[in-house]
Write a protein that binds this ligand. Structure first.
Ligand SMILES: Nc1nc2c(ncn2[C@@H]2O[C@H](COP(=O)(O)OP(=O)(O)O)[C@@H](O)[C@H]2O)c(=O)[nH]1
Ligand SMILES: [Mg+2]
Length: 299
């Protein structure tokens, strides 16, 4: 998982250590370092905007600094770590209860892992002692209701569903009503995958939010979708405002830079990383651990 940058950046940092000629780090040293590393950053889905931000921050932190040759590598690695942590500063995110019937909406493009992640979070919440109900709010894609029904059976969770073609706002409304009546803590609401080209589906999403006023809106992003995820995040955030993001398929992604690019763009916290297809393949996102995992030379 996410090991590509570590390998590629290591040699650029080695070269930086050899290249700095004077005792003081100059602007030119940083520019040369950025040119050296830019392709590697872009190749792991770190956006140009992040590359420029890194250049400016490294200059601000390091230009004029007198450093022993033996220290150079450690100092630049540490500075890069600090910039990455600054970008991920929105921090981690915990799903909190806002009282009975707290509604958590799962949003995203087709196939990003909304339904699978919803089931994983259902299990996590139940392990914490909460009760949950699922709402089959994807009434659009064939077999989506059955897919959620399988999870609901396996996990022993009640499923509120209507038929295909039904209004998802109404399905979720019924689920919230059910939860409030029965004293159930969380409604986990699935939704259909949608993109900006589906104008009707985007209008439908606004209606879901207007009618149900969900306390928590989670955007599910496929980490394999590369820099497309930046546009997806912007679109959902502009349309309904999201609370936090979840990146899936980290288990089959060697890049990981997309997480930094998206955070730089929309400045929202990351709740979880998903690392496989089983219920337990989900872990809380920890910025420091993530940054140390993707960068070389961290102590
Ligand atoms: N390897 C891997 N596959 C995942 C992960 N999350 C979801 N998937 C798979 O991605 C596919 C689409 O998932 P689904 O939940 O149906 O996506 P949805 O269309 O957004 O609801 C399924 O085959 C899932 O098993 C993950 O973290 N890792
Ligand atoms: Mg689905």
């Amino acid at each position: 998982m996410f090991s590509l940058l570590k390998k590629r950046m290591a040699s650029s940092i080695e070269r930086f250590g050899k290249r700095v000629k004077e005792r003081e780090i100059s602007e030119k040293d940083i520019d040369e370092f950025i040119s050296d590393i830019q392709i590697d950053l872009l190749s792991v889905d770190i956006s140009l905007e992040v590359v420029e931000f890194l250049r400016q921050r490294l200059k601000g932190m390091l230009v004029g600094m007198s450093v022993k040759r033996s220290e150079l590598k450690r100092i630049i690695a540490k500075a890069i770590e600090n910039v990455m942590l600054e970008i991920l500063n929105a921090g981690s995110y915990e799903i909190k209860s806002y009282g009975k019937g707290t509604c958590v909406l799962f949003l995203g493009f087709n196939g990003t892992g909304k339904t699978t992640t919803l089931a994983k979070i259902g299990k996590l919440l139940m392990e914490k002692g909460y009760s949950v109900v699922f709402a089959a709010g994807d009434t659009f894609r064939a077999a989506s209701i059955e897919q959620l029904a399988i999870h609901s059976k396996k996990l022993g969770v009640k499923l509120i569903k209507h038929s295909y073609g039904a209004d998802p706002a109404a399905v979720i409304f019924d689920a919230i009503k059910h939860a409030k009546t029965k004293g159930i803590d969380f409604v986990l609401a699935d939704t259909a995958g949608r993109s900006h080209s589906n104008k009707n589906l985007m209008e439908e999403l606004k209606k879901i939010v207007r009618v149900n006023n969900p306390e928590i809106k989670l955007l599910i992003l496929d980490s394999l979708s590369g820099i497309d995820a930046i546009e997806q995040a912007k679109m959902f955030n502009d349309t309904v405002g999201i609370d936090a993001m979840i990146f899936t398929k980290a288990d089959v992604n060697e890049k990981g830079g997309i997480i930094i690019s998206v955070c730089h763009e929309i400045k929202k916290p990351i709740a979880f990383l998903c690392t496989g297809q089983s219920y337990d393949d989900i872990k809380r996102f920890e910025a420091k651990e993530f940054v140390r995992h993707i960068l070389p030379f961290q102590d």
